[in-house]
Design a protein around this ligand. Structure first.
Ligand SMILES: Cc1ncc(COP(=O)(O)O)c(C=O)c1O
Length: 382
């Protein structure tokens, strides 16, 4: 369809002023550029287990949609006279977002308790404890199991193949859905386009966000046809999700990161980074473990990592904490060079001494103030 249109929809009331002086033209351009969304959905489907895609604006919204889709699927497939499964399983150290459903699935109590009561029916099980999860799934009340193949915010913990496979088998037997949250670990970060590819275990639903549009707000829920066919048109939706600009950017990102050479480079750089860190930091008594895969790496410390975060920042290196504040989280851009990796490892090794008891005391006003500001900001943003 081509030509111009007189709009009585203002692109679902989001446009109060025309983008150009011909309102009809601008609106028709936006309306039909929805085709970008279709292109992006096709690319996501073509490169994954999924048959259908729902777009959102963030990771938490993607998980919120996955919660709704799981509930709807259970209602749709439930045999007559039986109550549909409505509960969920999530795991220790997990993070799924901050909206009311996603925060209910998030294990850190400080994110949940200020807003209770949150969505009921979430069962937390220790990450990796397959027998406990299987036992609960077999009881038939679980609509879906939410799991990060590699936990980011929780402290860079990787699932084992046995754990994910046990979840998959138990879900298949009980009619429970398996949801992989790859908001942080997906899209090339592990050296695979999808983190779960390394395990050969596939979900019914996968949620994505963060890097998909190179930093612009987007989220996506990838679903099998079996799940998607239980959702009727209009049962869930979003005004801004999957807009043409963002989808176009996401297509460019996806085209670049899904190239085999790009992904194998991420793997190589990740191995090199981990090896360097082991060489340079491994002997330090505060370093308990260096773990992770590809370019999602954690340095587990026996003390809080915050003095190291400050010292690295003062030396030109930006790092994050994870876990209970004792894990250094390294999630560099996937285009980082080997030289930059070497610089980062050098700065970490040169600043590590701040973790020694005497140095880590906040004995001057400036460092106490910096700690306070970071804690306040950290409360609102990861
Ligand atoms: C695994 C995981 N899921 C969900 C989210 C929430 O994403 P967003 O901040 O885009 O809502 C995050 C954010 O850090 C995350 O790491």
């Amino acid at each position: 369809m081509a030509g111009s249109f007189i709009s009585m929809i203002s692109y679902l009331v989001t446009i109060c002023l025309p983008i150009c002086y011909n309102n009809a033209l601008s609106v028709s351009v936006i309306f039909f550029l929805k085709l970008m969304q279709v292109e992006l959905a096709k690319r996501l489907v073509g490169s994954s287990f999924a048959d259908r895609v729902f777009f959102s604006n963030s990771g938490t919204e993607a998980n919120e949609a996955a919660i709704k889709f799981s509930r709807k699927y259970q209602k749709h497939t439930c045999t007559e006279g039986k109550a549909p499964a409505t509960e969920f399983i999530a795991f220790s150290n997990c993070f799924h977002g901050r909206t009311m459903g996603a925060v209910a699935l998030t294990s850190k109590v400080q994110y949940r308790t200020p807003f209770e009561p949150v969505m009921p029916g979430v069962n937390f099980i220790e990450y990796g404890n397959a027998p406990a999860a299987v036992e609960l799934i077999q009881q038939g009340k679980i609509a879906a199991v939410f799991v990060e193949p590699i936990q980011g915010e929780g402290g860079i913990y990787s699932a084992t193949k046995e754990f994910l496979q046990s979840l998959r088998n138990a879900c298949d037997e009980a009619g429970t859905l398996l949801v992989f949250d790859e908001v942080q670990c997906g899209l090339g970060r592990t050296g695979h386009l999808w983190a779960h590819e390394a395990y050969g275990v596939f979900p019914d639903i996968m949620t994505l966000a963060k890097p998909l549009a190179g930093g612009l707000p987007i989220g996506a829920v990838l679903l099998t046809e079996r799940v998607a066919s239980s959702i009727k048109y209009g049962e869930h939706g979003s005004t801004f999700a999957g807009g043409p600009l963002i989808c176009n950017v996401a297509l460019a990102v996806l085209n670049k990161i899904s190239k085999p050479n790009f992904l194998s480079d991420v793997s190589k750089k990740g191995l090199y980074f981990k090896e360097l860190l082991k060489q340079k930091l491994g002997g330090n008594p505060h370093v308990k473990e260096i773990r992770g895969v590809g370019l999602i790496i954690g340095i587990d410390l026996d003390v809080p990592a915050s003095p190291l975060v400050d010292a690295c920042r003062n030396s030109g290196l930006l790092i994050l904490t994870a876990g209970k504040g004792n894990v250094v989280r390294l999630v560099p851009p996937l285009i980082i060079t080997e030289q930059e990796i070497e610089q980062a490892a050098d700065i970490l090794s040169q600043t590590l001494h701040v973790l020694d008891a005497n140095n880590s005391k906040c004995d001057d006003f400036a460092s106490m103030l910096s700690l306070y500001v970071r804690r306040v900001c950290g409360y609102f943003a990861i």
